[in-house]
Design a protein around this ligand. Structure first.
Ligand SMILES: *Cc1c(COP(=O)(O)O)cnc(C)c1O
Length: 395
């Protein structure tokens, strides 16, 4: 008996329940086709929506930054880690998002930890009112703050109103929601959320990780898509999805952002983003500002993929976004489907199972990108249909 035996037992249990996640080894750069575990496969599970992760302009910007600034920032932002590059990126992001100011973090996860943690820090008079399907980083950020939280049901505005009513005695109420729900591709009803927020004098915080680079004018995100710039107080985003790099940020009113600079824990206690990443992110924003061609291509691929699958009877839930959840529900079936797509069709599409989604809601999440050709997308549809028939849940 070893004192770590219980960990092996836990792993065995995961395997038995079909909840064990196989982590594949990527041996090439991100792109529409990648080499995974020695095999060239069509990549349908990256958040690299616009193909920017290996874009020549962005690579070049990163290389130039290494030559000029080196590879590491050397310290946390408040001590000696804030380089001019960080400030340039923050100004660019603020302008891109049409907000007064922005603060960057090392990742989107850290941005939510930093911002939500700071807002609720030591406050007994603040309550978070959080969407049921919010991303784990929101849940963790609220936990870090120590402030109380209530959860409202997914997209349910009557339930949100009930929670706001119950929270009336709190001086500060913060509604927190994903803009695009990352496992389903459905959208938060922001216009209605903002109306309720006005009625109850609540702050609105939106996580736009999957909105930017995809929705709104030139990919400015879901708040721009709904034209609600003045009504949403905090727009959190990531630089690791459509932007193709790594990092996170929060944009909003100047005082609010300054407060996060003073109180955001990952900002204060974890080193700054690396210079090549910052330079790459700047280049990504510039590419989006200049042209929306990649975004249009992304949406064209999305249309072909989703129409093709739906026409053949696949259930894609309520997606309004390139995120394409092919709902198979059963965990083991989903794992098998993903494995056979890889082995028999050279398609890389991960099974998404509990705890990432609720039990019994397993799916294969497809993510088309602007870098895929129309042929690539049609091949995915044809393969799903053929494999569906082989496994015989499709007629
Ligand atoms: C991916 C994601 C994050 C985290 O972003 P990273 O930059 O990968 O840390 C936060 N929120 C949502 C909704 C996400 O999908």
């Amino acid at each position: 008996m070893s004192k770590l035996d219980w960990l092996r037992d836990e792993l065995r249990l995961l395997r038995e329940q079909g909840l064990y996640v196989t982590i594949r080894r990527l041996q090439s750069q991100q792109g529409p086709w990648v080499v995974v575990d020695g095999k060239r496969v069509l990549n349908m599970c990256s958040n690299n929506y616009l193909g920017l992760a290996a874009h020549p302009k962005i690579k070049e910007a990163a290389i130039r930054a290494i030559l000029d600034y080196g590879v590491g920032a050397g310290a946390v932002r408040t001590i000696a880690g804030t380089m001019e590059l960080h400030m340039v990126l923050e100004e660019k992001l603020a302008k891109f998002k049409r907000r007064e100011a922005a603060i960057t973090f090392q990742s989107g996860y850290n941005a939510n930890l930093g911002a939500l943690g700071a807002l609720g820090w030591n406050r007994k008079d603040l309550i978070f009112i959080s969407e049921e399907l919010n991303h784990a980083s929101i849940i963790d950020g609220i936990r870090l703050s120590g402030a109380p939280k209530v959860v409202y049901k997914h997209l349910d505005m009557q339930d949100l109103r009930r929670r706001l009513e119950e929270a009336k005695d709190y001086k500060i109420k913060v509604i927190v929601t994903d803009g695009v729900f990352s496992m389903d591709g459905d959208l938060a009803p922001l216009p209605e959320i903002v109306e309720l927020a006005e009625e109850y004098n609540a702050i609105v915080y939106v996580d736009d990780a999957h909105g930017e680079g995809v929705l709104g004018d030139h990919g400015r995100g879901i708040v721009d898509y709904y034209k609600l710039h003045e009504k949403v107080d905090f727009e959190m985003g990531t630089l690791s999805k459509a932007f193709g790099v790594i990092g996170g940020y929060v944009a909003g009113n100047a005082d609010a952002i300054e407060y996060l600079r003073q109180r955001g824990r990952p900002f204060l206690f974890s080193s700054a983003m690396n210079p090549p990443d910052v330079a790459a992110a700047i280049a990504a924003v510039e590419i989006l500002e200049e042209s929306d061609e990649l975004i249009r291509k992304l949406w064209e691929n999305t249309r072909i993929l989703q129409k093709g699958l739906r026409d053949h009877g696949f259930d894609l839930g309520n997606t309004k976004h390139p995120i394409t959840p092919v709902m198979l529900y059963d965990e083991k079936l989903t794992q098998e489907f993903s494995r056979r797509l890889f082995d028999e069709y050279s398609i890389f599409a991960q099974a998404i199972v509990y705890p990432t989604v609720p039990k019994g809601k397993a799916r294969i999440r497809l993510e088309p990108s602007a870098a895929h050709s129309e042929e690539d997308i049609k091949y995915v549809v044809d393969s799903f249909v053929e494999l569906g028939r082989k496994i015989s849940f499709l007629k």
